[in-house]
Design a binder for this molecule. Structure first.
Ligand SMILES: [Zn+2]
Ligand SMILES: [Zn+2]
Length: 420
């Protein structure tokens, strides 16, 4: 038996209702906030992610599915969708038509992680990107949109953490202060932290290793180093969240895994996910559009892990397997002489927009009636040779156990009325 590859998951029919509910909510809420859906390819040039996400990130260093064709055209399955969205907007000159774009996606991303609960190699994300504006109110809008989504799908107990990480103007001073503070005890940090110290020291604050958390607990805070622009931006963001009545925590240790973030960063956590309880996150990335070849313009967005949403819903008992009974009319037949006629009736009903089905396995009438019960069809059409000779069929109302004769030519209209 051939199995699906490790970290790749089938979505079986019984699980589809919960996925559809989540995806429908993502689309509905995004549109309520004025975001439009966009779709980009599953594969991109490897260079796109190296340049945007950052060379010294876990993703680019070890988690990308990269296909090298032996020349410079290296392709990678997208590990995230912000960089592809910026690429697409710049490539198609969307900013020339409309300098400010509000876009969203629901789709699959790929990372070569060690598969575990809630962490798959093919995983699905819902995300929004507000591209082309620097207003702090947009940072708040994206947080409110994410929270409205969690509320709509029914994820309980979502906690919001926010922080600012400054900008290229004020970050160097913070970086120097952080490095000066950490350097004397660097040897006691984990290997990842020691590696990050030179290349992206802010990630040390994000390390989940207990020893590292304790060692960096008294590290300098970015708030002391913010430039006036970053400070005003942060106040605008925080003020908007407060006015909206959002319960959130300001966490100076919060940084994000990608290099492109500036100023606002935020993260959502949910119960039921275990130690790795992040369910989504995002922030502002004011330099990415220019780095991708566009005119300099601000942007902000988030991504939510949909597998994690499913797990959180399951933990809360809100994702039961749902049965699916679409058949409204089950058409039975008796032997080969009425089978073709049954198929023609099914076809006519479907054309009239009535969900109809029949037996295709050569089963007895008794077995067909059992099947009609199993699929919970409210009405069964019975075709006997005698009725057929008169151009009639019997229609049985399963709830009332009542039968009536109906002319075949009137059947669709009769059943459509019954459906009303
Ligand atoms: Zn700044
Ligand atoms: Zn560490």
């Amino acid at each position: 038996m051939i199995q699906a590859p490790l970290g790749f998951e089938d979505h079986l029919p019984d699980r589809l209702p919960v996925w559809r509910r989540i995806e429908d909510a993502a689309r509905r809420i995004s549109e309520t906030y004025g975001y439009r859906e966009m779709r980009t390819p599953l594969m991109e040039s490897t260079e796109l992610f190296v340049r945007s996400v950052g060379e010294v990130t876990d993703i680019v260093e070890k988690e990308m599915f990269t296909f090298d064709k032996g020349d410079k055209d290296s392709l990678t399955l997208r590990p995230e969708l912000t960089a592809p969205f910026v690429r697409a907007c710049v490539e198609h000159s969307l900013f020339k038509k409309k300098p400010f774009q509000k876009l969203f996606y629901v789709g699959a991303n790929f990372r070569k992680e060690r598969p575990q609960k809630g962490r798959l190699r093919q995983f699905h994300q819902f995300g929004v990107e507000a591209l082309g504006a620097s207003d702090a109110l947009l940072d708040a809008e994206t947080v409110l949109l994410a929270l409205a989504f969690f509320e709509a799908v029914g994820v309980p107990g979502v906690r919001t953490r926010v922080n600012t990480i400054g900008c290229p103007t004020c970050r160097p001073a913070f970086r120097d202060a952080l490095k000066a503070h950490l350097e004397p005890k660097l040897a006691r940090f984990c290997e990842n932290c020691r590696r990050r110290f030179d290349r992206n020291v802010f990630r040390v604050l994000d390390c989940k290793v207990e020893g590292c958390v304790a060692l960096s607990s008294d590290a300098p805070r970015v708030q002391a180093h913010l430039c006036d622009g970053c400070r005003a931006h942060d106040e605008g963001f925080i003020g908007a969240l407060r006015r909206a009545g959002v319960a959130f925590e300001q966490d100076p240790r919060l940084v994000r895994g990608f290099d492109y973030y500036t100023r606002t960063v935020y993260e959502f956590r949910a119960p039921g996910l275990g130690a790795q309880d992040a369910i989504g996150g995002g922030g502002r990335y004011d330099n990415l559009i220019a780095e991708m070849g566009g005119d300099p313009a601000g942007a902000v967005g988030f991504a939510v892990g949909l597998e994690r949403v499913v797990i959180a819903l399951e933990a809360a008992g809100k994702a039961p397997e749902e049965e699916w009974f679409p058949t409204r009319v089950y058409v039975t037949h008796i032997g080969p002489e009425t089978r073709d006629a049954a198929f023609d009736i099914v076809r006519t009903l479907r054309t009239a927009g009535i969900s109809a089905d029949m037996d295709f396995e050569g089963r007895s009438l008794k077995a067909q009636m059992r099947n009609a019960n199993r699929v919970k069809a409210p009405r069964v059409v019975i075709l006997g040779p005698d009725e057929m000779a008169k151009g009639e069929v019997k229609v049985r109302d399963m709830a009332k156990s009542a039968e009536e004769s109906v002319a075949v030519k009137d059947l669709a209209a009769r059943l459509a009325r019954a459906e009303e």
